[in-house]
Design a protein around this ligand. Sequence first.
Ligand code: NAD
Ligand code: DAU
Length: 339
Amino acid sequence: MTKKKILVTGGAGFIGGNFVQYMVKKYPNYDIYNLDLLTYAGDLTKHRDIETNENYYFIKGDISDREKIIQLFEKEKFDYVVHFAAESHVDRSITNPGIFVHTNIIGTQVLLDAAKQVGVIKFIHVSTDEVYGELDFDPNTFFTEETPLQPNSPYSASKASSDLLVRAYYETYGLPVNITRCSNNYGPYHFPEKLIPLTISRVLNEQKIPVYGDGKNIRDWLHVLDHCAAIDLVMHEGIKGEIYNVGGHNERTNLEVVKTIISTLGKSEDLIEFVTDRLGHDKRYAIDPTKLENLGWKPTYTFETGIAQTIQWYLDNKEWWEQIISGEYRNYFENQYNI
Ligand code: NAD
Ligand code: DAU
């Protein structure tokens, strides 16, 4: 297999971090460059086991820093860009939309310019099913790649804007791109602000679980390693210019998810606390992944096997999520990378 240089943006975050690990281990002949600003969501302790690998490099940097990004692309001449870096939490976008516009839109445009200027084999833009807006509770309706974009939160609006820029760079300049839009990921190293890791960590600490509204909103859960395999496939086999939806056919109400975690850990449902609903809370997401399945992708986890593995991982890695919650993990890279 020919040696390739892969730039992964946001590789210190949840999905990007799992993807970096997956690629470094699966493709010893590829050089994996992890470019990350190490915001509150970035954590390098997850890469302790690969940080001395010969095919792994970390670069601390901001995707919206035009001058440095162009210089980096000119120096390294990446073959592929897999772009995860983003502000990703819907609740934060409701209280502070500006940083979402800056990172998710401007940051993506800077990367597109750099890729266009220097040239790449493929630019893979990791997006979200949230750009399609929400579905009603009819179980026969799904998001397809043709569903119109109707984002409802500042987060999803910023992601939809970046998707449109990626599309425009393909149509206007012929930049070879793919866009992937996936449903809710879960699995190891998920930051404990999101529903599943927040619930697991709070149940283990016997703290109340805040369930927004009536808990009947539905999400379609995808194990992060199935997502990594999907991106690997799209990177190598995806038809240039195409969009691929990634989903697990694992729809659950939020209340079902929370109750599953509580019962697996043998605790009481009294921990559930219904709280004020999220503003503009999308009712339901559900993906039709047929197009990606036709390319050869199949998820390996059901929700049952995936959530059991994930709960076990949080039991086995209490030290990791405790340091994240306390903020202590920041000492690790402050010492190492001298921010
Ligand atoms: P995350 O918040 O865990 O990680 C984001 C990473 O990006 C962090 O390491 C952070 O330090 C880095 N980052 C932020 N701003 C940056 C900047 N200006 N320059 C460089 N790095 C920066 O996010 P995640 O949940 O892993 O999501 C990754 C991508 O996948 C995002 O683009 C998100 O929109 C998309 N996505 C996530 C999900 C999900 O369920 N988590 C589902 C669909 C799509
Ligand atoms: O669908 C893909 C999206 O999934 C990604 O694009 C986002 O980056 C990712 O954060 C995720 O967005 P959600 O808003 O769906 O995920 P979150 O874990 O924040 O919430 C899941 C559901 O649980 C949602 O209906 C809100 C609800 N919730 C969330 C939290 C944090 C609660 O009821 N209580 C909570 O404390």
